[in-house]
Design a protein around this ligand. Structure first.
Ligand code: PMP
Length: 351
């Protein structure tokens, strides 16, 4: 760090994204991307957008917002687009958090919640998941802070039912309940259905996983109009042009070719289930994931050792150092062929 860095920042930990080594070609199963490329129309629309790169993009993303509103059966005023859902999460901490208004979230979940809490000096409380990694809604009843839940949850893949989210919103009428649905299209239920009943729910979505657009950076919020106005206060104080022209075009194209992505999700879910069975046949414990990844471990090998052996064999998976999951690895779901290779390599390592 330089001698100019603020003392506040020098004390902070940052989010560590999954590695992207360049030393060789890996089968990349470490950042929950889709193994399938965007649908054909995307290229055409992005190409068209290229010719207008001398002009700023629409700061309100009107065409994309309208398409998203139709897709989710809400009003355009209930949608806000941003540069990935990380951007939306950042706005949430800025708009709704302060020294007195913090957030609660599970001890095992998406690491960025904690990073934003530290970065924006918003206090947070980690509520431990149960022994089996399940989340008990009653642990979130009558809290004195906002709540952030990834559903399905990051790292474990376990999903809450809508009635459980509704119960949490019901018991915390004066708190914001953020539902991060990065993985919802792989078997979860969207809390967007609860919005007419609960004005304290804010849903966060991304095109990074189920819409094959991780490289495009597109996320959005769905909520009541007032909450979207608040998020816009942040957006228009930081960077109104947060979604570039190519990404706005790619997002609209993705919504027009929804069937392609629904098919990709089905394939990924079916590959997830067959991979899960194959890993269980090798003696691994695997969570009941409703996401595009599996969390798995084997009693005979430490998580880090398994991660390293797989990397040596050309497969990248994710290992977390958090105490409760340090003996596990998180495996993104790739193509059938990639997963067959993963299972074969794990089998060889365990021998
Ligand atoms: N939420 C969760 C639970 C995630 O796992 C991720 C991906 N790392 C994100 C949000 C952020 O995704 P993006 O910024 O690509 O939309």
């Amino acid at each position: 760090m330089s001698r100019f860095l603020s003392s506040r920042l020098s004390r902070l930990g940052t989010y560590v994204p999954g590695e992207q080594p360049q030393d060789r070609q890996y089968i990349k199963l470490n950042t929950n991307e889709s193994p399938y490329p965007p649908a054909p129309l995307t290229e055409e629309k992005v190409r068209e957008a290229l010719w207008q790169l001398h002009l700023y993009p629409d700061p309100d993303c009107r065409a994309l917002t309208k398409a998203l509103a139709e897709y989710n059966a809400v009003l355009p005023e209930q949608i806000l687009c941003a540069n990935g859902s990380d951007d939306i999460l950042s706005y949430i901490f800025l708009a709704f958090g302060d020294a007195k208004r913090g957030f609660s979230f599970p001890d095992i979940t998406y690491g960025f919640y904690q990073v934003y809490g530290d970065f924006y000096s918003v206090p947070y409380r980690k509520i431990p998941l149960r022994e089996d990694f399940s989340l008990a809604p009653e642990d979130y009843f009558a809290l004195d802070s906002g709540i952030i839940l990834a559903n399905p949850n990051a790292q474990t893949g376990l999903a809450l039912e809508l009635k459980q989210i509704a119960a949490i919103a019901e018991k915390n009428p004066d708190q914001l309940v953020v539902v991060d649905e990065a993985y919802v299209d792989f078997g979860g239920e969207s809390a967007a259905a609860l919005l007419p009943e609960y004005d304290n729910i804010l849903v966060v979505r991304t095109f990074s996983k189920s819409r094959s657009l991780a490289g495009g950076r597109l996320g959005y919020a769905i909520a009541g109009k007032e909450l979207i106005v608040d998020l816009n206060t942040v957006k228009y104080s930081i960077n109104p042009y947060n979604v570039n022209r190519m990404t706005q075009a790619a997002g609209i194209a993705a919504l027009q070719e929804d069937g392609y992505y629904v098919d990709c999700c089905k394939r990924i879910m079916s590959t997830r289930e067959s991979t899960k069975k194959a890993l269980q046949a090798l003696g691994m414990e695997v969570t009941d994931s409703k996401a595009n990844f599996l969390l798995a471990h084997h009693a005979s090998i430490e998580g880090e050792a398994l991660y390293r052996s797989l990397k040596e064999r050309g497969i990248l998976v994710r290992h977390f150092k958090d105490q409760r999951i340090r003996d596990w690895i998180r495996i993104s779901i790739g193509t059938e062929k990639q997963m067959a290779r993963l299972v074969a390599e794990i089998g060889a390592i365990l021998e």
